[in-house]
Each structure stands twice: as structure tokens, then as C-alpha cells.
Design a protein around this ligand. Sequence first.
Ligand code: TGC
Ligand code: FAD
Length: 390
Amino acid sequence: MKITPELDFYDLDGLLEEDERMVRDQVRSWVEDRLLPVVPRHWEEGTFPSDLIPEMGELGLFGPTVAEEYGGAGMNSVVYGLICQELERCDSGVRSFVSVQGSLVMYPIEAYGSEAQKREWLPKLARGEAIGCFGLTEPDFGSNPGGMLTRCRRDGDDWILDGRKMWITNGTVADVSVVWAKNEEGEVLGFLVEKDRPGFSAPEQKHKWSLRCSVTSELVLDEVRVPEANRLPGARGLRAPLSCLTQARYGIAWGAVGAMQACFQEALRYTSERMIFDRPLSSFQLTQDKLAEIGTEITKAQLLVWRLGRLKDAGVMRPEQVSMAKRNNVVQALQAARLCRALLGANGITLEYHSGRHACNLETVLTYEGTHEVHSLILGRAFTGQNAFA
Ligand code: TGC
Ligand code: FAD
């Protein structure tokens, strides 16, 4: 069960720096040796391979762009993207774990947290000794988080948080939740809520047929009291949580390339070995048309994220550019996974092969971090100047 090699039709490898390639190759072989052999079983059982978290921390997969003084590796965003690509080559749920920890928990603490919050949480999160989650979505407010009902009110030196979050990755296993709530003036504020705060609970949401390798939870905040020291002092307004989404969406756009690569390689291998009407399946024109389509989409997706990464590292990337890459790469990965699954025939529905699992996972990836439609409307707004959300 091997996942190498990869399609690199336009020599994107040549556009990477040596240290970027080195990290990618290191993560790739760890994924192949340690993760891929156990993921299908975890997916079937609906569990995350939590025994591998310390190794993931040691490899520097959590918050690689975070400054070294806070326990990060101070690497560039292309390296972060390549990490996401290699993890999602194996499974979207494992990439999700890393996206949430790095982009949705470590990023807001580094960008909006106090010095004390950074010193307390970032090194532990980087090593995987603490796990975090990001609570924005609510039962009735997913695409429109600005409508959130979760409230925070000041009580002396403390804040009281009240509300419910839903579909929260890692909620049940998190030591700390980044919770977004509106104050009495309707302004969105961010809080760090430790798991043992009275009134806080995080029941797991079960029975998923997608992203089964990832823990998904509800967050219940029943008059939870936290000190002012737990508020992210730099986070004011919806812009703060949305800026975290930009970081995570960036990684997802890279991750989708990994999922596509895995499906493409599996389909190439399978169709060259499978004999149909006394010929290899890969020799039929209908098969080659599908492979031509997928290979082209992989190449286009690679170019999008490579350029996006360079723009991000130059400090000029715009959120709507991230929307284009997330929207395109995820829907193309989903279509590629479905096509590859079909090329595998009945075998494609078993967990012995990967394309079916990727296709199921990618249904979630199409929905979270801004649905496909939300990103269409973000792009529509950027192109026309008309705001479809208003
Ligand atoms: P809008 O008026 O557009 O914006 C409010 C303020 O925020 C700024 N802003 C952004 N800043 C940084 N990055 C972005 N992506 C930003 N988008 C907007 C904006 O400039 C404005 O700033 P200011 O200073 O002028 O106030 O807000 P809106 O209410 O009209 O909403 C627009 C919309 C629909 C695009 C937004 O609400 C949205 O993106 N909705 C989708 C929600 C979403 O993606 N949720 C994801 C939850 S987390 C998750 O799914 C994790 S999955 C696990 C994993 O990652 O693996
Ligand atoms: P809705 O917003 O109800 O959307 C339903 C449909 O309406 C979609 O097809 C959508 O595209 C469409 N739609 C929405 N707006 C428009 C419009 N203006 N015009 C036309 N169509 C529109 N959230 C977190 O905060 N943290 C997490 O860690 C997290 N992890 C997740 C993990 C999983 C496994 C899943 C499935 C979700 C997770 N989410 C998380 C939630 C995710 O971000 C939301 O599901 C997503 O934002 C969509 O919200 P919704 O499910 O309420 O769908």
C-alpha cells in the first residue's frame, strides 16, 4: 500500500527551494510508513490515530509557521502547504487535525493573543501536548457566522459565555477551545476556554460517513465563567475569526492536491493491471480521457497553490485569492476521487483502496471552511463589486 510517486507534469518540483522539498519528502515518508498503514482501520472504526500525535509534534506538523520563540519552526507558508498536501494524500481528516491545530488555534493565539497566552499555549500546542479546537459554527449559523447567538457578558473581572457550537473538529478531545461570541454591543470577541471549566462540555457527534478519522463535536457553553485573561485581546469583530479561516482555507487548497494525487496514482496503477475484454483497462479511450482530465486538473491545482503560497510568503495574498484556490481544488479533488473510485469498479467501494474514502471525505471538505457556494459568492463580490450576502 504505497502512495508515491506523484504527477509533476509541469516540473513544479523545480520551483521549490531545497528546504521546502526536504520537509515535503520527510513528511511524505512518515505518512507512508506510519500513517497510511493504520488510517483505513481508524476510518472504519471512526477514530483518530491519537497515538501518533507526539510523532506529529516531533515532526513539526503543528504550526510550522509559528515563530521559533513560541515553539514553532518559523517556516514559510509553502512548507505549511506542502505538509497539508502530504497529509491529505493519506486522509482529509488527518489534514484537518493539523489545519485546526495550526491555522485555527495557534494562529489566533499568535496573531491576537496576549504574551502570557502565547507563552502558555503555543509551545504545548506545537509539541502536540495540548490539543485545540475552533468554535465558530452554530446549529443555525454556518455560512453566516455573523448571525451567531453565542453571547459573552462582563461580570467583574470575568466573562460569562453562553451558547452552543456545532460541527467542531476535535472539540471532545481539545484541552482548549477558541470560542467566538458576541458581547452586549454585538461585537464578536474571542476566548480561550479550558476543557475543565464548569458549564463547558463537548459531546462527540457520531454517525458520520465522511471524515470518519476526525473527531467532530458540539460545544455546550452553559454560563461558562472565564477570566478577562482568557480573552484574545487583539481580536475584535468578525474579521478576527474570518482571518483564521483564510489561513486554514489556504492549507486546504494544498491538501486537496494531495488527495487528487493519491486517487490518480491509484487509478493509474489499477487500470494498467486490470484486464477487461482481454486488454488492460488503461488502454481504452474512455479511461484515458478520464485520466487526461484528472491529470490536467492536478496540474492546474498545483499551479494555483504554488503561486498562492509565494504571494502569501510575500505578504500580498488576498482572501479572495484563497477562495479561488479552495473552491477550485476541492471540487476538482472530489470529482477526481469519484471518477477514480468508479474506475476501480466494485473494488473501489472497499477500504482496501483509497479513492472511495477520499471521495467520502471530500464531501466534508467541500462544505467546511466556506461551502463551494460561499466561495463562488466571495469571488462574485470581488469581480462585480456587488455583495450577494448583504
Ligand atoms: P464581511 O462583511 O464580508 O466581513 C466582515 C469583516 O471581515 C473581513 N473579512 C476577512 N478578513 C480576513 N479573511 C477573510 N477571509 C475575510 N472575510 C471577510 C472583512 O474585510 C470585514 O472586515 P471589517 O474590518 O470591514 O469589518 O462579513 P459577512 O458577514 O458579509 O460574511 C461574509 C462571508 C459569508 C464570506 C463569511 O461569513 C464567510 O466566510 N462564511 C463562511 C463561514 C465559514 O467558512 N466557516 C468555517 C468555520 S471553521 C471550519 O469549517 C473548520 S473545518 C476544519 C478544518 O479546517 O479542517
Ligand atoms: P448552511 O450554511 O446551512 O448551508 C446549506 C447550503 O446552503 C449549502 O449548500 C450552502 O452552500 C448554501 N448556501 C449558504 N449560503 C448561501 C447563499 N448566500 N446563496 C446560496 N446558497 C447558499 N465549524 C467550525 O466552526 N469549526 C470546526 O472545527 C468545524 N469543523 C467541521 C467539521 C466537519 C466534519 C463539518 C462537516 C463541518 C465543520 N464545521 C466547523 C462547520 C462548517 O464550517 C459548516 O458546516 C459550513 O460553514 C457550512 O455551514 P452549514 O453546515 O450550517 O450549512
